[in-house]
Ligand binder design. Sequence first.
Ligand SMILES: Cc1cc2nc3c(=O)[nH]c(=O)nc-3n(C[C@H](O)[C@H](O)[C@H](O)COP(=O)(O)O)c2cc1C
Length: 198
Amino acid sequence: MNILIVYSHPSEKSYTFEILIQLKTALEQQDWNVEISDLYAMNFRSDMTEQEYEREGFAKTERPISIDVLMEHKKIENADCVIFLYPVWWSDCPAKLKGWFDRVYSVGYAYKHQPELRKMKSIKYGLVICTAGYSFELLTETGIAQSMQTIMLDDRLGKRFENKEMLILGGTLEIEKVRQQHKKQIEELTNKIKDYCA
Ligand SMILES: Cc1cc2nc3c(=O)[nH]c(=O)nc-3n(C[C@H](O)[C@H](O)[C@H](O)COP(=O)(O)O)c2cc1C
């Protein structure tokens, strides 16, 4: 089993980093291969250049794709399961991860397929894990949880993933009240991955 984690947080002192370590440990205990695209550590460029825009915006698929984007395509092609892990910032993912979608989901690869171009593979399971200051209940009451799910699962993961789920690890403003529950939720994920990717 090959698992790609696309991780977006700037600090190792963060709670999201603590979750990354728990997740990595749980996956490696299953003897699965874990590859991490640590977007801040890689200094992943999230903004699109004018040339990149012209390729995307006008579907000029004969133009070259940047090497860092091709490297992300390679990781995707190698993965049975892709996990996105990030903190909720202003009811969405950090801009760095948004820029990963802007650039890595290139035209002809992730959308507007053409027979002569390599198409993004269909991935068995996509999992979105985000930490959030507000509780899951409050995010649901305000409709923000549903809106994050619609955007991440229906649009960004979309039909490229056969099965997809979002886990909102909420309530981090009062971290001691939720830490154990979150730990349990992370440990339980390996069974889901086995169900979907076996
Ligand atoms: C710039 C910024 C924006 C944030 N926006 C939200 C938000 O819209 N909704 C929310 O529930 N929490 C929000 N938070 C709280 C984070 O989601 C919370 O800090 C995260 O769950 C865990 O923090 P850590 O990994 O940075 O330690 C925000 C935090 C920052 C720094």
